[in-house]
Design a protein around this ligand. Sequence first.
Ligand SMILES: [Zn+2]
Length: 437
Amino acid sequence: MSTYTDALLARIDGRRDELVALTQALVRIPTVNPPGDAYEACARLLGERLRRRGFAVEYLRATGAPGDNDAHPRVNVVARHEGRPGGECVHFNGHIDVVEAGPGWSQDPFAAVVVGDRLYGRGSCDMKGGLAASVIAVESIIDAGIPFAGALEISGTVDEESGGYAGVGHLAGLGYFSRPKVHHVIIPEPLGVDRICLGHRGVWWAEVETRGRIAHGSMPFLGDSAIAHMGAFLHLLEAELGPQLRGRRTAQPVEPPGARSSTLNVNSVHGGHVEQRFAMDADGRPVGDLPAPVVAHSCRAVLDRRFIAEETLEGVKAEIVAMLDELKQTRPGFDYGLREIMSFLPTATPRDAPVVQATARAIARVLGREPQYIASPGTYDQKHIVRTGRLDQCIAYGPGILDLAHQPDEYVGIQALVDSAQVMALAALHLMPGAAA
Ligand SMILES: [Zn+2]
């Protein structure tokens, strides 16, 4: 039993250079989203590699999904290796898109330079390193000739950074994240080699529009300012709702702990004329367009409400509507519209779920310590797997430091890549009956 395990761990350790090379190859394809560059090249790099190793490989383009067009096709890849019949399927899902590099880098963000134990590059941490580690983990199980019942799957999916609708959301709609095809999902997001992420808080996005009456800006008393009405609403959010939200604490182990309360962010406010920019020249004269002198007849704000498992989506909506209705009763001229943009419920995989238990055992074996259980303040692709795929056996586990994601000089630790590949391989074996682990 332990012979298999020791040999497997040694095999993965021996493939350290190959793991680094695969991560580098993935980082060097600049799959920047938006707009969704080079997705197909990245999907094919993964798919052709796995096809050569005997996987059945499918490329699934989310034709017609938001963002999909011939210049930027949303191409996903799913690869499956069958074991003996009678077992369950363990699926590793990694997103292949990365956010823009942005300024502030001391390394070329797409050169995948290695310095000491660090591999630098946009996406090295979030999450091409984790995706590469899952590939090495699965290949090593197969190469070792370990007999198992069930199947191993790897997918590379698009658009996680912009909601995942053309990626995991699309595949989940086609049944790719549901039983009986898949039973356990591990998403190698960069949460740290000894942390198991069980789920995330809920999210509700809505746009509130306040309405007024246009008039000349020199005689505002003849109009009714939508911006002033929005100001009254924003004041209520700050003064009344804010303290209530901070007082609601979840029992879920959300990291960082500040996110164990409910939160609300106003993502944007736009009122009056379309955004205009002006500046003064050296002589103090205005250049560019000046805003016209009108009283705003419309003002819009996008609310980003993150809620905890102890709240309900209906309750979250109702308290905003109640505040707006109260203003309508008490504030002369106040009128509003509300448009819901997006919502996802909180998810929480039970701690006694097999995928959690298997990963915890693997962490203890590889790292010699107990895992930390966490939950995420924001959503990631697990939301589609739970809602559309109706699969609650899902965790996020992978190498890298979450704080480095989306930052300049993002990197992933090479030892962390190897450690996490070993954990992922052992976790998969624990989940497959007949495998000796
Ligand atoms: Zn990510």
